[in-house]
Design a protein around this ligand. Structure first.
Ligand code: RIB
Ligand code: CA
Length: 309
């Protein structure tokens, strides 16, 4: 039986890769997609989720969430993803709009009413999930796992200390990490191992289908900042690591540890703090990805893109 999931995202180029892999996978059933501000503003991220899903031929409903963090001021990542968040002209405009029901109410209603547990995959700021948990704490009992891209056991990418998703809303991330829900975290320490090099981009193009061509173009657009700022050989495909782990957990090594988020202002604001030795006396609250198999990841990505037209 396919694993039932809800994806909370801020498309965003790497979010688009995540959506494509999930749609192409026969092992996952996407119940719904919720969108958040993040890479760009909420109206763009919501429109981009609709664009990608329509282009992939998926009628999965999209529910727009919140347009800002609980307390923090807004930042965005348009430098990486372009002003609209998805500069992919071949992926046109959607033929439908978002559902009328806000993402928070959709999450609470769907989880509360579900006869069995649902897995949440999050690839943007965690504000929607945090507010839903505050609105109706009992939904925690209906969440199988939360698998999120965010944080880092080493350095940041939007401040020296903090990764973008959690820098957007550190308070929301702490609420999620304190929820007691089984959580798997994919931080930059691992997602920076999954680089779409020119060789991997060429493999996408060599598929000879529309998906291979369009996602190769997106990976190349995304690579500009990674080459200029970090000297990487290509773009880091952060968000799809979450779905890749769901489908092939053996592609990653994880370790249970306590993770907290710095919510006090200052140099480390938004940083994840990893108590790998149990020095805090607090129980582990996350499985943290500590290593990846990039070749295996790209083999999976190519297999899934090849299933698309
Ligand atoms: O730091 C990387 C994360 O920030 C990814 O989710 C990317 O899409 C951006 O949202
Ligand atoms: Ca994202």
């Amino acid at each position: 039986m396919a694993k039932r999931i809800i994806i909370d995202c801020d498309p965003g180029i790497d979010d688009a890769f995540l959506l494509a892999m999930a749609v192409a996978s026969e092992e996952l059933e996407i119940l719904g997609v919720t969108t958040t501000y993040g890479n760009v503003g909420l109206s763009h991220t919501t429109n981009n989720a609709l664009r990608v899903l329509d282009w992939l031929g998926s009628s999965v409903p999209v529910h727009a969430g919140v347009d800002r963090a609980i307390l923090s001021s807004r930042v965005d990542a348009a430098a990486y993803h372009g002003e609209t968040g998805l500069e992919a002209p071949e992926i046109g405009q959607p033929r439908r709009g978002a559902e009328a029901e806000n993402a928070i109410h959709y999450l609470v209603r769907t989880l509360a009413g579900s006869p069995d547990k649902i897995t949440l995959v999050a690839s943007g700021p965690l504000t929607n999930l945090a507010i839903a948990l505050r609105l109706e704490p009992s939904i925690a009992d209906k969440i199988e796992q939360i698998i999120f891209m965010g944080g880092s056991t080493d350095y940041g990418n939007d401040s020296p200390a903090a990764e973008f998703n959690l820098l957007c809303d550190p308070h929301a991330a702490q609420i999620v990490l304190d929820s007691g829900i089984p959580t798997v975290m994919f931080g930059l320490n691992v997602t920076h191992q999954v680089i779409a090099t020119p060789r991997e981009v060429e493999r996408m193009r060599a598929l000879g289908n529309r998906a291979g061509r369009v996602f190769a173009d997106m990976a190349e657009f995304f690579a500009k900042v990674y080459r200029e700022r970090y000297g990487f050989a290509g773009s880091a495909l952060h968000d799809p690591c979450t779905v890749a782990w769901l489908l092939r957990p053996e592609l990653f090594e994880t370790r249970a540890m306590r993770v907290d988020v710095e919510t006090n202002s200052g140099l480390s604001f938004g940083r994840t703090v990893h108590d790998i030795w149990g020095l805090s006396g607090k129980p582990a609250n996350a499985e943290v990805a500590i290593d990846a198999n990039p070749d295996g990841f790209f083999d999976l990505l190519l297999t899934l893109l090849n299933r698309l037209n």
